[in-house]
Design a protein around this ligand. Structure first.
Ligand code: UD1
Ligand code: UDP
Length: 392
């Protein structure tokens, strides 16, 4: 299908941005700010609040006041609950708001449901961070399928990298519907990292980041819940026990299943600092001061390489191959021995560490939001020229 709207330009353009979780909020925040500053765009925000506290942390930091808040989160929520509660709530919001386009981000269940809700009202959908694929619908689960389904519904695809665009082209999406923009997370990151950052937190400020080997750890993937996470935590426990120079800072995800497993294996272990999820600014500045990141997160695989921090990915697949190819990110899965031995290599072999620690920026240059706004205007007929695409 061709983008029909270039015929009748819409001005001002009514954009409804929908998100629900911490990473979507972080990655959409700089874009919302950019749209709010643009006289040709009327931008409003609806949150499903699939996450509550972790979403509110980001809304507060970026001073975003949603026009709509569905407040759907339940403790230990199921995919069915997120889907049905968000879909029912969005039906009424779309009816009331009547946007020209709904913008969604990434691969969460909020993302897929918001695009489905828009489709049911025949409202155009723009997909930010489109086209990432692992090729395995169960890994990450359910995110790979969420992203594919969102891609099938969307008319406009803001792909962060050339590889993501290539995935979409392979699936039959027309090149005229795709714009390579870079990832908006790099816009957020570059605006937030400061060399002389002070945390204002007694534990984080008491660590000597130049002398100690500080590991930053995060985990939350649904497919890792249970035994795989416990394997990861046992490997970390063995690392701190054998390497006295190592300190682990681990902001624990709010998911009760994650908290339980962390406390069981790592609770009370010396030099392991378990904290609540950190606000975005202290978190990225912590990564910037650390020596190694271990994570099953998607976003951290993009942020850490641009800070020059090696990443061990606690998953078997990644939809972000660029930094793996650049050598900064290594896939280690959730096997206890494998994680321990990769940590050992990085702690004992300075050459291997330096090889992984060179900063690479395959994911963005801090200009993604500007490109997306120009792209939106191009796709919807306000601008004549397609913006220049991001190249790494
Ligand atoms: C969700 C997304 C995942 C994304 C991740 C980012 C889906 C299915 N999953 O996974 O793609 O990578 O967010 O973190 O869309 N909780 C709180 N407070 C919060 C947030 C969560 O208490 O602020 C607890 C609740 O008990 C909730 C549980 O964590 O039921 C799980 O949250 P959920 O959004 O279902 O899954 P995530 O693993 O966070
Ligand atoms: N993050 C944060 N505080 C924390 C841990 C992570 O602000 O305590 C940020 C991190 O910088 C990144 C995002 O949250 O931008 C990643 O979110 P998450 O790992 O929950 O989701 P994913 O990226 O896997 O979808």
């Amino acid at each position: 299908m061709k983008p029909d709207i270039r015929v009748n330009s819409i001005n001002p353009l009514k954009v409804l941005t929908v998100f629900g979780t911490r990473p979507e909020a972080i990655k959409m925040a700089p874009l919302v700010k950019k749209m709010e500053d643009d006289p040709e765009i009327r931008c409003s925000v609806a949150v499903t609040a699939q996450h509550r506290e972790m979403l509110d942390q980001v809304l507060e930091l970026f001073h975003i006041k949603p026009a709509y808040d569905l407040n759907i989160m339940l403790p230990n929520q199921t995919l069915y609950e997120i889907t049905t509660r968000a879909l029912a709530g969005l039906k009424d919001i779309l009816e009331q708001e009547k946007p020209d386009i709904v913008l969604v981000h990434g691969d969460t269940t909020t993302t897929f449901v918001a695009s489905l809700a828009a489709f049911y009202r025949q409202i155009r959908v723009g997909h930010v961070e489109a086209g990432l694929r692992t090729g395995n619908i169960y890994s990450p689960y359910p995110e790979e399928m969420n992203r594919r389904l969102t891609g099938s519904i969307a008319q406009f695809h803001f792909a962060p990298t050339a590889a993501a665009k290539a995935n979409l082209l392979r699936e039959g999406v027309g090149a005229e519907h795709i714009l390579v923009t870079g990832n908006t997370v790099i816009d957020a990151l570059l605006a937030t990292v400061r060399d002389e950052y002070v945390f204002g937190d007694s534990t984080l400020d008491s660590i000597d980041y130049t002398r100690r080997k500080v590991f930053v750890v995060t985990t939350h993937r649904r497919e890792n819940l249970g035994a795989p996470l416990k394997n990861v935590y046992r490997a970390l426990r063995a690392v701190v026990e054998n390497y006295p120079e190592v300190e682990i800072v681990f902001p624990v995800h709010k998911n009760p299943k994650v908290k339980e497993a962390v406390n069981e294996v790592l609770g009370g272990v010396g030099r392991v600092h378990l904290t609540d999820p950190l606000d975005y600014a202290p978190f990225v500045n912590l990564m910037n001061k650390s020596c190694l990141v271990l994570t099953d997160s998607g976003g951290l695989q993009e942020e850490a390489p641009s800070l020059g921090k090696p990443v061990l990915v606690l998953r078997d697949t990644t939809e972000r191959p660029e930094a793996v190819e650049a050598g900064t990110v290594k896939m280690v899965g959730t096997d206890e021995e494998a994680i321990y031995s990769q940590c050992k290599i990085l702690l004992e072999n300075p050459e291997e560490y330096s090889r992984m620690a060179s900063a690479v920026n395959p994911y963005g240059d801090g200009q993604a939001c500007g490109r997306i706004v120009s792209g939106l205007k191009y796709f919807l007929g306000l601008n004549r020229r397609k913006p220049e695409e991001f190249t790494a």
